[in-house]
Design a binder for this molecule. Structure first.
Ligand SMILES: *Cc1c(COP(=O)(O)O)cnc(C)c1O
Length: 350
């Protein structure tokens, strides 16, 4: 209510991004929206609600606590899939709530079986296949063992998916490894089908793979970064467009973070500005103080380098980012007044 800055999330930008992504994946592929890490910093609850307004109803999180947050903040709960950390009682909770989760070792499979049996409810699982990332996932022997167990207890499992994750699909430098992973995935899928398992979905593509390896789109994708309007890296944008065009031609950033000028002051040449000796005024300067700092997530690494927009012009952070404030150089910007809008992330004028 008396906030020193606000974050806005643009529905029309999100619609643009989803439209672009849906065109890429086609009508027969299920879109799973990745909202781990507080929806990549955009705020889980708000982002999930907005996505649901745009027709998304399947979300992937990293851990059970993130799933819990969605369950507890959103009515008409969407489908939720936990890709990473869920153990012990969280597995029981997930099964009771009908939340899907990834299984990558026999121990978790046995725990899931134990709770599914206790609750007389099917565990909705995705089995992860090791293809070369070497993080988590079943190897060939593991798939056979998991297949045996799932087949024996078919009444207690709903096999929602079989999946893997690429170790860097955004960069051509990883092409050899990613290509091997794609091959390994299909080899492992053969073993999966020989065991008689029939996962509903087979999924491997993240944002970068949707663009760089469209052959991996299959019947489900897990897209994070691009739905927020960011290309995975510059290389992926250049490969896609053939040209380093402005990012917002295809997708648009949905976030804007803005604050206001709190104070304006003139500083004489030769004076230090802010804590210590990080910034020495090399000429007479006009500076503005903005009431946001590293406590709000404005990284201290932006000391002496960050840029904000005021009146549509760039103003550089001078000195150290403080806990609750930054100071910026507005010497070159005319007629700035206390209360003027400051864009920390986003656009202003042109
Ligand atoms: C984060 C993540 C994704 C989404 O990746 P983006 O590059 O943001 O699209 C997909 N799958 C898994 C397993 C992830 O951890």
């Amino acid at each position: 209510m008396f906030e020193s800055s606000v974050i806005e999330i643009s529905k029309s930008a999100l619609e643009t991004n989803l439209k672009f992504l849906r065109q890429r994946i086609g009508p027969n592929t299920t879109y799973c929206s990745v909202v781990k890490g507080n929806a990549y910093g955009h705020g889980t609850e708000k982002f999930v609600k907005l996505s649901m307004d745009c027709g998304v109803n399947y979300f992937a999180v990293y851990s059970a606590d993130e799933a819990y947050q969605i369950v507890n903040s959103i009515e008409n709960r969407p489908d939720i899939y936990i890709m990473g950390y869920v153990e012990n009682e969280a597995i029981e909770w997930a099964i009771r709530e009908g939340i899907e989760f990834c299984v990558f070792d026999l121990k978790r499979l046995e725990t899931a079986l134990m709770y599914a049996n206790k609750l007389k409810t099917k565990a909705k699982i995705h089995i992860e296949l090791e293809t070369g990332m070497n993080r988590t996932g079943f190897d060939e022997q593991g798939i056979i063992a998991a297949g045996d167990l799932i087949n024996k207890q078919a009444g207690l499992f709903d096999l929602r998916g079989a999946c893997t994750h690429f170790a860097g699909a955004e960069s051509m430098a990883n092409n050899f490894r990613v290509a091997q992973q794609i091959g390994n995935f299909y080899k492992s899928m053969l073993i999966v089908s020989r065991t008689g398992l029939k996962p509903t979905y087979q999924h491997m593509a993240c944002s970068a793979a949707v663009i760089n390896y469209p052959q991996t789109i299959s019947n489900m994708v897990r897209v994070g970064i691009m739905q927020y309007g960011f290309w995975p890296n510059a290389e992926t944008l250049i490969r896609y467009s053939g040209d380093r065009e402005r990012t917002n031609k295809y997708i648009k950033r949905i976030i804007t973070w803005k604050s206001k000028v709190m104070s304006i002051k003139k500083v004489k040449k030769g004076e230090f500005i802010g804590y210590g000796t990080a910034y020495l005024a090399h000429q007479h300067m006009t500076i503005a103080v903005i009431p946001i700092g590293y406590a709000h997530g404005y990284s201290r690494n932006l000391s002496n380098t960050g840029k904000v927009l005021i009146h549509g012009a760039e103003a550089t952070v001078i000195g150290i980012v403080n806990m609750n404030a930054i100071t910026v150089d507005i010497s070159h910007i005319d007629a700035v007044e206390k209360g003027d809008e400051v864009i920390l992330i986003g656009t202003q004028k042109e």
